[in-house]
Design a protein around this ligand. Structure first.
Ligand SMILES: N[C@@H](CCC(=O)N[C@@H](CS)C(=O)NCC(=O)O)C(=O)O
Length: 185
């Protein structure tokens, strides 16, 4: 989405996680962590989505995906970290891992616990969204960080409560952006 927002041309290379292609010798040469995404550009290799997105915002400044003041930038970074360290890990990740398992091998208690925890985090986002259309002022890397997670909630069986109207509207707002539409998911 960051690439699309910036209007940078790119080629997507799909890595099949279920086939563990991310742990292949060739892939590990790009990212020793064995995880997607990785940005490859004329021999330059960058991994970790937060680092990739900040690189893209610095390299292609228009349109900006970070605010200008150090204080507002810190706020965006806190939200990106919240997404990574509290929303994705552990709960979203646990939930996703469970759905990868055969139905009889799923831990139902853990599934319910992760749904509850994710909903608590969504309530917090709902509060933040009282102040505006996006998480931290203008559309930013904070919204982008959450996109691959929140866009999947419905299809993963974690419907966002209708009480969290700010969150449902925000997800629709993100999905209606040309950058999201261009992903051809
Ligand atoms: N902190 C990393 C996390 C990347 C990550 O967890 N990627 C997942 C897919 S969303 C992955 O590649 N999982 C496969 C694996 O861990 O083997 C980032 O933001 O880039």
């Amino acid at each position: 989405m960051a690439l699309a927002e910036k209007g940078v041309e790119y080629e997507r290379v799909f890595i099949d996680l279920r086939k563990k292609e991310q742990k292949s010798e060739d892939f590990l040469k790009l990212n020793p962590y064995g995880k997607v995404p990785v940005l490859v550009k004329n021999g330059l290799v960058i991994y970790e989505s937060t680092v990739i997105n900040e690189y893209l915002d610095e390299k292609y400044p228009e349109p900006p995906l970070m605010p200008t003041s150090p204080e507002d930038r810190a706020r965006v970074r806190i939200l990106v970290d919240f997404c990574e360290s509290h929303f994705h890990h552990p709960w979203f990740n646990i939930y996703m891992q469970m759905t990868f398992r055969a139905a009889d091998k799923r831990d139902k208690e853990l599934i319910e616990k992760s749904k509850d925890e994710l909903n608590k985090h969504l309530s917090y986002l709902n509060q933040l969204l009282e102040k505006g259309d996006y998480l931290a002022g203008n559309y930013s890397l904070a919204d982008i960080a959450f996109t691959p997670r929140v866009a999947l909630l419905d299809s993963l069986g974690i419907p966002v409560s209708s009480e969290l109207k700010n969150v449902t509207d925000w997800i629709e707002r993100i999905k209606s952006r040309p950058s999201y539409q261009s992903l051809e998911l």
